[in-house]
Write a protein that binds this ligand. Structure first.
Ligand SMILES: *Cc1c(COP(=O)(O)O)cnc(C)c1O
Length: 388
């Protein structure tokens, strides 16, 4: 079959493939320790489920406006004003089928064939693929481990060309867990303003911060950068709502209208009664978020100590999200070979760094229970010991 050329340039998601393989091995009764999934292991908090159940019982079962339920758009605008210092109203917000979909809508609405999109590496694996799917050109900028895997203002300036349209920022980061400090965000904002490009800030992990790290939304730095900023966020990570598929994009009204048009001809509205769960998530107590964050903080420490006690493996301490991104170069293996061998011989599932543009690394998620973390790290140590 002759498929469309755009599909030929795109690689399937390695994360989803490995997570699926680990799940299949578990079903066969194999004792797998999986650090592959990028999703919290907690159930969705009960009050959020109850709100969706009530909406379902109340007959919120029909088509709604493509851009989202008005009540949810307003609740999101309130949240962005109150928590992030971003002056948005409901018309600046579109509700999407997850954070991934909000970014895809953005690419559809903003990127033309040949437009360049700057993506600091290591990056979330879907960014370059989304850019390619809409005909844009991903421009990957390698960052320094010494600089915390963060793009510097100079690196950003050097990557600019007359075709540069957009910069993708992701802090806290998947896969590294690093967080840009407020000063670093301000310095990048200055380059965005002086160059007149757009910036999309993927803030899906903004609530998962440790050791006093602070999240500054780039759009809050100044009125000038606010005008060039688009925010992508969602409910999956903070509220353990991965399967609900609810995210959002916020930005200038023209862009949000264009994204709504795209959505109106593709998915239409997000599941109507699910959106009522999202309203409850924003408008009820945030204690559930803090409880999960604390559990992640404990697991992070245990996994980090375990990993850094393995000779030949090193990992800086990340300030956010729920991932570690250790360097495995001393084993002499590239990441894919390392991950295949680890899964085969020790039944530990991790994601090869090559998927994120960093072949000397692997990504481990600590969004899993403590016994699995302890057992899995022990197996990882046994595995690495054969090569170092
Ligand atoms: C999980 C994730 C998203 C969004 O996921 P959805 O499930 O589509 O909401 C976006 N960006 C990054 C970096 C992520 O890890």
């Amino acid at each position: 079959m002759k498929l469309a050329a755009r599909v030929g340039q795109v690689t399937p998601s390695i994360t989803l493939a490995i997570a699926a393989k680990a799940k299949a091995m578990k079903l066969e009764g194999i004792d797998v320790c999986s650090f592959s999934a990028g999703e919290p292991d907690f159930d969705t908090p009960a009050h959020i489920k109850a709100a969706a159940e009530k909406a379902l019982a109340d007959g919120k079962t029909k088509y709604g406006p493509a851009a989202g339920e008005p009540g949810l758009r307003q609740a999101i605008a309130n949240k962005l004003q109150k928590e992030n210092g971003l002056c948005y109203s409901a018309e600046n917000v579109i509700v999407t089928n997850g954070g991934k979909h909000s970014l895809f809508n953005l690419m559809m609405a903003l990127i033309d064939a040949g437009d360049e999109v700057i993506i600091p590496a290591p990056y979330w694996l879907s960014y370059p693929e989304m850019v390619k799917l809409v005909g844009g050109t991903p421009v990957i900028v390698a960052t320094d481990t010494q600089a915390g895997c963060k793009i510097t203002p100079d690196q950003l300036r050097q990557a600019l060309t007359p075709r540069t349209k957009l910069l993708i920022l992701n802090s806290p980061s998947n896969p590294t867990g690093m967080v840009y400090t407020p000063d670093e965000v301000r310095a990048l904002a200055a380059v965005v303003v002086e160059s007149g490009i757009w910036v999309v800030s993927d803030e899906i992990y903004e609530k998962l911060l440790y050791d006093g790290a602070q999240h500054l939304s780039i759009g809050a730095v100044s009125a000038a950068v606010f005008d060039r900023t688009i925010i992508s966020n969602g409910f999956a990570k903070a509220y353990s709502m991965t399967g609900w598929r609810i995210g959002y994009l916020a930005g200038p009204v023209d862009l949000i209208k264009a994204a709504s048009t795209v959505q109106g001809h593709s998915t239409s509205n997000v599941c109507t009664f699910a959106q009522y769960g999202a309203i409850a998530a924003l408008e009820s107590s945030q204690d559930c978020v803090e409880e999960m964050r604390r559990a992640f903080a404990d697991r992070r420490q245990v996994m980090l100590d375990g990993i850094n006690s393995i000779p030949g493996v090193s990992c800086p301490k990340p300030d956010g999200a729920f991932y570690l991104f250790p360097n495995i170069a001393k084993t002499g293996m590239k990441s894919l070979e390392f991950c295949d061998a680890l899964l085969e011989s020790q039944q530990v599932a991790v994601i090869p760094g090559v998927a994120f543009g960093a072949d000397d690394h692997i990504r481990l998620s600590y969004a899993t229970d403590m016994p699995t973390i302890e057992k899995g790290v022990e197996r990882l140590a046994k595995f690495v010991h054969q090569f170092v």
